[in-house]
Design a protein around this ligand. Structure first.
Ligand SMILES: *Cc1c(COP(=O)(O)O)cnc(C)c1O
Length: 377
């Protein structure tokens, strides 16, 4: 059994992918070829954003977004600690300071009330300048932007949506990636829309930011190739990856539905297990289910479940076993255990079970029966 089954998907669209790759080999425009702008056009329409800027990874999308806002030393950027390292790594990489804000215990996304408090504390303290927020749509569920964006506006902060896991999700009728000032997604193979390598994209409705992002993507280019208006990066998406993404995007909307059906089946089956907390999807939200993540009762309970699954050849994973504020890399920030109790508690108890569009009902029944019902408490 696969945790994420990319083979079944590939078998479905193999000839299209072969043709797309062959087309690139034939025209030979390996860098910024026509497939890149076609993909940008199609995905900007899908997300309903004026601009889509393809780039080399989700991490680079975040970095480019922070660079577009001229973030630097002395700036505070607020972010949740319960996420993948890239969310906060880019803040440090650019010389700014990540300020962590704990999550909500049901959605695992940044808690808007605590965000407001943290902004106030940093402002009162006076050492750092509050500059922006990176909200993460964890496991494919959008953060609560109708609460986050007004807090940002009141405090004159920008909001970056880390939509690396949520491309394809919706929030009150709007698509993930388009819920903040800049949306950043990833096309890492295991993400809901993945390529066969690294890739990412920024979305924005702001013309000035879009121009800056396009410049930053190619070494800060100005009016022509050897005119450099600012410091940038080599942040382009390969034409071959854009071609692969175009072939995959054709079936993506259907896959989003298949993911939701699989998630619904899991939730129906696991609903009755009182010792587990299954994913919560608030009214008006639609997840894309990058992961189907469950909270066990305790760390021991999680070990028991994961061992039972393993014994049956069923893969499971832990996203994330250590919150970012306790990572060695962020030691200089001076956080300690107990600073973000919800994130720490989730790190101790959470685990994810197989999730992909081609998960069969019998497989899901097996996962549920072998794994949990024996271990309900
Ligand atoms: C995957 C991921 C990223 C980084 O994307 P890459 O394409 O791997 O660089 C950033 N943030 C979150 C929340 C992610 O899951």
């Amino acid at each position: 059994m696969h945790f994420i089954d990319l083979n079944t998907q590939q078998a479905r669209i193999k000839s299209k992918i072969d043709t797309s790759i062959q087309n690139v080999l034939t025209h030979g425009k390996y860098i910024m070829g026509p497939e890149v702008s076609e993909l940008e056009q199609r995905l900007s329409e899908y997300v309903n954003c004026r601009h889509a800027i393809a780039c080399s990874s989700g991490t680079d999308a975040l970095l480019m977004a922070l660079m577009a806002y001229d973030v630097g030393p002395g700036d505070a950027i607020f972010a949740p600690p319960f996420t993948f390292i890239a969310t906060a790594e880019t803040i440090s990489l650019i010389g700014a300071t990540p300020v962590f804000v704990d999550i909500e215990p049901d959605t695992y996304n940044i808690d808007p009330d605590k965000l407001q408090q943290a902004i106030q504390e940093i402002s009162d303290d006076g050492q750092l300048t509050p500059k922006g927020i990176i909200a993460v749509d964890l496991f494919g569920l959008p953060a609560d932007y109708n609460r986050i964006n007004p807090i940002a506006e009141q405090n004159h902060l920008f909001v970056i949506e880390d939509a690396a896991q949520s491309f394809g999700a919706t929030y009150h009728g709007r698509r993930a990636g388009g819920l903040a000032n800049i949306g950043c997604t990833s096309f890492f193979p295991a993400k809901p829309l993945g390529c066969y390598g690294d890739g990412g994209m920024c979305f924005t409705n702001d013309d000035t930011l879009a121009d800056k992002l396009r410049s930053i993507r190619v070494h800060g280019k100005g009016n022509h190739k050897y005119d450099n208006a600012r410091i940038g990066i080599n942040g382009r998406l390969d034409t071959i990856q854009a071609a692969i993404l175009e072939a995959k995007f054709d079936i993506f909307p259907e896959e989003v539905e298949l993911r939701n059906r699989a998630a619904q089946r899991y939730s129906n089956m696991l609903n009755e297990v009182p010792s587990l907390q299954i994913p919560v999807v608030p009214q008006g939200f639609k997840s894309v289910w990058a992961q189907y993540s469950i909270l066990a009762e305790s760390e021991d309970h999680r070990i028991t479940i994961q061992n039972a699954l393993k014994g049956e050849g069923i893969p499971s994973a832990i996203y994330y076993p250590k919150p970012l504020h306790l990572q060695t890399a962020f030691k200089p920030l001076g956080y300690k255990p107990g600073d973000f109790p919800i994130s720490e508690d989730c790190s101790n108890r959470i685990f994810s079970i197989p999730m992909h569009p081609y998960l069969s009902e019998p497989d899901q029944e097996k996962i549920v029966k072998k794994g949990y019902q024996r271990y309900r408490r």
